[in-house]
Write a protein that binds this ligand. Structure first.
Ligand SMILES: [Zn+2]
Ligand SMILES: [Zn+2]
Length: 485
């Protein structure tokens, strides 16, 4: 161990020295990017070491050891607070490390020369479903953040869900991942994959989340009224979408068309109040409008809604146990919820190819039809810019070939971009283009090419869509002949 410590100390000293001696103000853009990538590689490796250490602390502090366990013996309430104190990290960070350590410990219990077998009856310990991905994380194949997102998103085994099924689902989700995908995206994909494997579980979760929905409202002695609320995904989406719609111009929502709407948007953008102050005002206005329905002007012509995406295959399942997803969030809901929403607000059938790519509706118009917009929302799932998480309601449609240069508005040439990325694309010589691969006859690929100021070689990066129809490996398989390159 001493040799290892020496090496780590030397690396740490060099890095630390670099912080003082290197002047980044004179670095080129490429150098700066390389530095960030290298530093994050160091951080990921250090995170893995921390996770292994946390695993060992966890093992030596396990409950059956009582006060003799490491954490307790050192005066800590639990391993988490020991980790927090040792590393100086935040409580939530320590919790994450402890969780990672626990997963590693369950997945790969190491042989211990000085201890008897863990199980008192000597029966073999069954490894958890995530044993294989734990091993890949330790080997540096998957970052700890992604591992954690996968494990949490896929959840635990149940009577209905075996270890083998979960571990196969993890491999499938991993095979669809892209280098740019955030842990949030990994979690969403993992959760969607679980929903399709455990349909009954979706109904249970839905019920349980509704039970947790609550709002508390109270007045303090000054007379200020406080509101603290938590909503289940579907109702919460309605609340959030409505407020997003009202505050759109301030929080990166799409631009408005029409003189009056543009002026209103500008007024909101220039409003000196904070977003939180505006949100409070909007909530009050909504409650007032609700109390006087006939002369409500708050929403004017805007219509908030919760969009649910369901595929025909799921809709027509004989047992009625199909799964749908709340657009822009990837949260699974049951057919009962879909039926209720269809009854209330109707539905719009859309067609996509078996591989999830949009079918051309055959119209040539300058602007995309509402139906085409729905297809794009379902397949692209929000802003397609790498790393951007804006939902479809925040997006504008970018035409790959501009109509004024002779391009027709074929739906396959529409991509969703949030206002920020749409403006960036147009003002900064970024390009998006589409190619159709010959091996996958119907598969379109979309590419983002940076301007030479960002990447002198102008190397295109493939864009990935996060729409439910397109993204989910299990759905794609159910859809038929999706092939991967
Ligand atoms: Zn555009
Ligand atoms: Zn964006």
């Amino acid at each position: 161990m001493e040799d290892l410590f020496e090496e780590v100390r030397a690396i740490e000293a060099r890095l630390s020295n670099m912080c003082v001696s290197v002047n980044l103000t004179v670095s080129s853009g490429d150098e700066l990017k390389t530095l960030m990538r290298l530093a994050s590689a160091v951080k990921n490796t250090a995170d893995r070491v921390l996770a292994l250490g946390a695993a060992e602390i966890h093992q030596r502090s396990r409950r059956e050891l009582g006060p003799a366990g490491l954490a307790k013996a050192e005066g800590h309430v639990n391993p988490q607070s020991m980790i927090a104190l040792l590393t100086g990290c935040s409580r939530s960070e320590a919790k994450k490390l402890d969780g990672l350590g626990k997963s590693i410990m369950q997945a790969a219990p190491l042989p211990r020369p000085n201890e008897a077998l863990d199980t008192s009856d000597g029966s073999p310990i069954t490894p958890p479903w995530h044993a294989a991905i734990s091993a890949r994380m330790i080997a540096g194949d998957i970052t700890p953040d992604r591992f954690e997102a996968l494990r949490a998103g896929l959840g635990e085994t149940t009577d209905r869900l075996s270890s083998a099924e979960l571990s196969a689902a993890a491999e499938q989700v991993l095979s669809f991942l892209h280098a740019d995908d955030l842990p949030e995206t990994v979690y969403r994909d993992a959760r969607a994959a679980r929903a399709l494997l455990d349909r009954a579980g979706v109904a249970e979760t839905e019920k349980e989340q509704y039970a947790r929905q609550q709002a508390k409202i109270w007045r303090d002695r000054e007379g200020m009224v406080h509101l603290n609320a938590v909503f289940a995904p579907e109702d919460g989406s309605f609340v959030k979408n409505t407020l997003d719609l009202l505050l759109g111009p301030r929080i990166g929502g799409p631009r408005s068309a029409g003189k009056k709407a543009v002026a209103e948007a500008q007024a909101l953008a220039d409003d000196p109040r904070t977003v939180e102050q505006l949100t409070a005002g909007a909530l009050v206005a909504l409650v007032k409008a609700g109390a006087a329905v006939e002369h409500s002007t708050v929403l004017a012509k805007k219509r908030p809604a919760v969009q649910i995406v369901v595929t025909a295959a799921e809709l027509t399942r004989p047992d009625g146990d199909g799964i749908a997803f709340i657009e822009g969030t990837g949260v699974p809901v049951t057919m009962t919820t879909v039926d209720r929403l269809v009854c209330d607000s109707g539905y719009q059938p859309i067609m996509v190819a078996a591989d999830g790519s949009p079918l051309d509706l055959g119209r040539e118009h300058r602007l995309f039809q509402p139906a085409q917009r729905l297809v794009l929302n379902a397949t692209q799932g929000g802003c397609v810019w790498p790393g951007c998480e804006k939902p479809p309601s925040f997006c504008e449609i970018h035409h790959i070939e501009h109509w004024h240069t002779g391009g027709k508005t074929d739906i396959q040439d529409g991509v969703l971009l949030c206002k920020h990325h749409h403006l960036l694309l147009h003002s900064n010589e970024w390009r998006i283009n589409r190619t159709t691969s010959h091996d996958d006859r119907y598969e379109n690929r979309y590419w983002l090419t940076p301007p030479s100021s960002v990447d002198p070689r102008r190397q295109p990066r493939q864009l990935r869509f996060s729409g439910v129809v397109r993204r989910n490996p299990a759905l794609a398989t159910a859809g038929g002949d999706r092939r991967r390159a």
